[in-house]
Design a protein around this ligand. Sequence first.
Ligand SMILES: [Zn+2]
Length: 102
Amino acid sequence: MGRRKRKRKVILRPRKTLPKIFTCPHCGAQLVTVKKVENGYLVICGSCGIRHEFEERPGWMPVDYYNAFVDLYLEGKVAPPQRQDAPQTAEGEEERGGDEAV
Ligand SMILES: [Zn+2]
């Protein structure tokens, strides 16, 4: 006769707060945040305004988006707003100001 012994292992994991604020590769300010947006994650610097939106990738943490962001920056694929002279049309994101249709 077997006696089932149910041993439950309780593992207490200290909840570490993951870093969500990073250093900007462009201006060096510690103001880069990773935000969850509708279609993924937005990495944006609160100082110079450099930003990039990523698609959501399974298993990625904010730091991973930040690292990808830095890579893109180093490759010259991300530039801060004042340096972007070529108009970039963001898909699905339209911002209109001053046009009041009321
Ligand atoms: Zn910056």
